[in-house]
Design a protein around this ligand. Structure first.
Ligand SMILES: O=P(O)(O)OC[C@H]1O[C@H](OP(=O)(O)OP(=O)(O)O)[C@H](O)[C@@H]1O
Ligand code: HPA
Length: 212
């Protein structure tokens, strides 16, 4: 069983294509750090943020970014999942909800990717509902999905094409969060879409054509 998973994980990567190199990844993180440092550098700034990493995808982005921030901050994490081990999003599932310390605070939310935007729209709304004063959304990557999203990131490291990617915290079926660059998974290696449920069409007779 274990062997099968290893073979499958390796096959997914063998057919994948590197679309962002490790150096480009680091430059994108640097850009996010520069924008945040500028935002919180002001000497008269007395509002220091609570930074929240959205686990698990943001783990690598968060770990790379935090040492590049040069202002006082507090850190905590939340855990939300919408994809699970799938390549399509579903319901937002909270695994670790925000703590009460978000009330009245300026919050910086860090996530690896803004794809359809459902996850971060949900996260932002929950934080505002809990009394956060301001929510700044910083994402490592924003995917260009060609349609409007329910949320726009305040800070974006880089923009990705509309394809399924792995690396730098992003996984395919649980694998390859550990890659230092970003790789595009071949479309045919993703699970086929579930067929639409087909309901049998009832055999409705026109009025007056039935028995009786
Ligand atoms: O913009 P959306 O379409 O909502 O997708 C973006 C979310 O999807 C990923 O999380 P995922 O649900 O895969 O959980 P993970 O962080 O554990 O990988 C990613 O980390 C984002 O949080
Ligand atoms: O393209 C993606 N790759 C990995 N995880 C994701 N979560 C949302 N979109 C993606």
């Amino acid at each position: 069983m274990q062997d099968f998973q290893v073979v499958r994980a390796r096959a997914l990567l063998e057919h994948a294509r590197e679309i962002v190199t490790p150096d480009q990844v680091q430059a994108a993180v640097r850009h996010v750090a520069d924008v945040l440092n500028e935002r919180f550098r002001q000497p008269d700034n007395t509002t220091y943020p609570l930074v929240l990493g959205v686990m698990g995808g943001a783990v690598v982005f968060t770990g790379t970014l935090l040492p590049q921030l040069d202002f006082p901050l507090e850190f905590d994490y939340i855990h939300v999942s919408r994809y699970g081990d799938d390549d399509r999003g579903g319901q937002v599932v909270w695994k670790v909800i925000p703590r009460q310390n978000v009330a009245g605070r300026t919050i910086v939310v860090l996530d690896d990717i803004l794809d359809e935007g459902e996850t971060l729209a949900h996260v932002k709304q929950r934080l505002l509902d809990m009394g956060a004063a301001e929510v700044i959304i910083a994402v490592f990557a924003d995917k260009d999905i060609g349609r409007r999203k329910p949320i726009v990131a305040d800070i974006t490291g880089l923009t990705l094409p509309n394809a399924f990617v792995v690396g730098f915290g992003m996984d395919v079926y649980g694998y390859w969060r550990n890659l230092p660059g970003l790789w595009q998974i071949r479309q045919q290696d993703l699970k086929p879409a579930e067929p639409e449920t087909e309901y049998p069409i009832p055999d409705v007779k026109a009025p007056g054509t039935g028995l009786g």
